[in-house]
Design a protein around this ligand. Sequence first.
Ligand code: NZQ
Ligand code: ZN
Length: 389
Amino acid sequence: MDNFTFYSPTYFVFGKNTEDQTGACVKRFGGHKVLIHYGGGSVVRSGLLDRVKKSLEKENIPYVELGGVKANPRSGMVYKGIELARKEKVDFILPVGGGSVIDSAKAIAFGVLYDGDFWDFYDEARPVTEALPVGVVLTLAATGSEGSTDAVITKEEGMYKRCVDGDILRPLFAIMNPQLTTTLPPYQTASGISDIMAHCMERYFTHSKEVETTDRLLEAVMLTMVKEAKRVMAEPDNYEARANIMWCGTIAHNNMTGVGRIQDWGTHHMENELSSTYGCSHGAGLAILFPSWMKYVMNLDINRFAQFAVRVWGCQMNFEDPSVTAREGIEAYQNFIHMLELPTSISEIGGKEDDIPALAQSMFHNAPNHGNFLKLTEDIAKEIYRMAL
Ligand code: NZQ
Ligand code: ZN
């Protein structure tokens, strides 16, 4: 196990009707004036936004609001948010929504305190060390942004989708009511499940040795997801399934399951190009790419892939030829994606062979390093995109 530090200060408020505690949480974490940030209207239609506002009013906390964040959030909205937050002198950012809204809020939170262009942090892969406090009301189990260090934004000029991180970007609190996720369309529920699995797999496929604790934690999350994904797709209103998936989403990406090991993340970086180019959900892009990445890299450590097959998918170990087991594991994962009814090829989301050089080029624009299990080059990325075509 490698040396590590782990700082995860988020206060989680989990369960039914917990959004009524939003005002109390803002107060507890020192907010005096709040910017409420939200997306394209789901929180208006569900009545959640009104409940959140009431909860702030109950604590006499003034607020301004900014809605309209698009899925795969854009830089233009971040600039708007920074301007509004400065003008209104807010001291707390409160996203109410999924990962896109939370990431837009995080970018506003650090952009407000920075004199230059917030995008400098993305261009220079500079860690963020100063930001206004962020507290979250989560409506979608997927990205883990409610507990993560990351904020993923797409720069409209060039459509570069990039990530920054910093411990300061971990939300101070996260309100997580699984009931709120029952209004999600099946495609978004499924995309979230795919993302949670991917966050586990990006950590699971490692060359680090003696990482049994985190291996077993990752397997626990993936086994739970395999069980609960089936249940939630068949019964979207099943509270217990929604609750387990929601908590899996958080622990899959607040890095408790990833400390002390080298993680990969090549597939995530390749995915950024799919969601920014074709507008698919992040989880759908990952579902398309992961099987191809796995097939491309599995011979680098066939036993790790066989272990994944046996422990997560219940495959029988073939001791004479572990590559048979490894392939069965990848097939089991592909069947899981089919069950979720997510796309399985780039052509299904509108991509063509001719697009591939531009996808790979954009991925490496100003960002030379991708992947650790296998370090990706532009040519390797092209090959994996082709396999997923
Ligand atoms: O905009 P509204 O109207 O709210 O609709 C949203 C959106 O259209 C809808 N939705 C959310 N909650 C709902 C709901 N509809 C009905 N009922 C609800 N309860 O779902 C759609 C997708 O929302 P979005 O926030 O885009 O999804 P997700 O949570 O999957 O976030 C994806 C973004 O997060 C990034 C992704 O790249 C992508 O940009 N990621 C962020 C990470 C992080 N910060 O740690 C890590 C991830 O790996 C990921 O890269
Ligand atoms: Zn992800």
